[in-house]
Design a binder for this molecule. Structure first.
Ligand SMILES: Cc1ncc(COP(=O)(O)O)c(C=O)c1O
Length: 367
């Protein structure tokens, strides 16, 4: 008798179906297979409506951050102050431009950038900008961050890659500071397979990002360049995919919240595991893009992860703080212990909007 291993349950796979296929077919039929085109324009318009500001869809969230670093003129010798508990792409584009990151620990109540430590970092040295990262579907406190950065006259960039669809005191994800970015990478709450966006309340910042993303070409019949740009355009096909995914966003958020509630209930029924949700100050404003739980010790966390892995179920530790990354070992860090602790004891659990009851039962059996 042959036994088949159960199919893999991934952490956060894309959730797509016939509406996405139909949108792609329509985009093909329109003849706009090349970069740009009407579906990217439509995606920009709809992203702008979602975020309450102007938007330009581009090739990735990392590209969007790179365009903002170009806009701010970040370069060699500059310092950028950033969250430590985040994905490396939050600071990658600044580092490629020769800037030095300065890291700030997490607030224990949210896991997001600590405002008292950010204040200390801003007092010590005036950076070129602050890049604050939203985490796992939870936005930073934009009102407080804006006030603090304004006090120190430092531009604020929001890395809202993980927070599309969430809010901060009622403000849509990324609605703060000079500008923000979204990501539509394959694991994000909505996906264009790969993609991102620049968002800003200032239409000129978004227009310049769009211009730089298209090789900074001057509006004349021949190829004329005052500045050297990038090829960070999003293709029309992916714009169509993005529009179809945006239609689903409210349903995805509802499903993500239900998945989070499932884990809460499952862990409440297993007090021996001692799991508590990743800190979150305003749960009603979060999307629960990923369901993340903190265990009493690294050993308990690792045991749960090992049981899931044995059943072919993917899970991941919380982001390894950037100040612990070998590449950044010489960088200045304010605090660090909170992010380190969340990394040591935190686990991201399967959170795909397409998870079935059967999948959830399989996961629960591992706990
Ligand atoms: C916080 C954060 N910033 C930036 C990115 C980069 O986005 P992308 O993968 O679209 O380049 C990601 C995810 O990939 C992220 O989680």
């Amino acid at each position: 008798m042959t036994t088949h291993a159960p199919s893999r349950i991934f952490l956060s796979p894309p959730w797509t179906g016939e509406p996405e296929r139909a949108a792609l077919r329509r985009a093909f039929a329109s003849g706009y297979v090349a970069p740009c085109g009407p579906m990217v324009d439509e995606f920009d318009r709809r992203l702008g409506a979602l975020a309450g500001q102007h938007a330009a869809a581009v090739a990735s969230g990392t590209a969007a951050l790179d365009l903002l670093m170009a806009e701010l003129g970040v370069g060699p010798g500059d310092r950028v102050v950033a969250s430590s508990l985040t994905f490396v792409a939050t600071v990658g584009p600044a580092v490629h431009r020769g800037a030095t990151p300065v890291f700030v620990d997490s607030d224990p109540a949210t896991g997001l950038i600590s405002l008292p430590l950010l204040r200390r970092a801003l007092r010590a040295a005036r950076p070129k900008c602050v890049i604050a990262a939203d985490l796992y579907g939870q936005c930073c406190d934009y009102d407080a961050l804006e006030a603090l950065c304004a006090e120190h006259d430092v531009p604020l960039i929001i890395d809202a890659a993980e927070a599309v669809g969430a809010t901060s005191n009622g403000r849509p994800a990324g609605h703060a500071g000079v500008a923000a970015v979204y990501s539509f990478n394959g694991n994000k709450i909505i996906t264009t397979s790969g993609g991102g966006a620049v968002l800003s309340r200032d239409p000129e910042i978004v227009e310049r990002a769009r211009w730089r993303a298209q090789q900074a070409r001057e509006p004349v019949p021949w190829y004329e360049h005052r500045e050297i740009g990038y090829n960070y355009r999003m293709s029309n096909l992916l714009g169509a995919l993005g529009c179809a995914q945006l239609d689903r966003l409210p349903t995805i958020i509802r499903r993500k919240k239900r998945i989070f509630a499932f884990y809460e209930k499952a862990f409440a029924a297993r007090p021996r595991l001692g799991a508590v949700p990743f800190p979150c100050a305003a749960p009603e404003e979060a999307t629960r893009w990923l369901s993340v739980f903190i265990f009493p010790t690294p050993a308990v966390r690792d045991a749960v992860a090992a049981r899931l892995a044995a059943a072919n179920v993917e899970s991941r530790p919380v982001w390894k703080p950037l100040h612990l990354q070998p590449a950044f070992r010489k960088c200045r860090t304010y605090g660090g212990a909170v992010a380190e602790d969340l990394f040591n004891r935190g686990l991201c659990l399967p959170s795909g909007a397409g998870l079935t009851r059967k999948d959830l039962a399989r996961i629960e059996a591992c706990l």
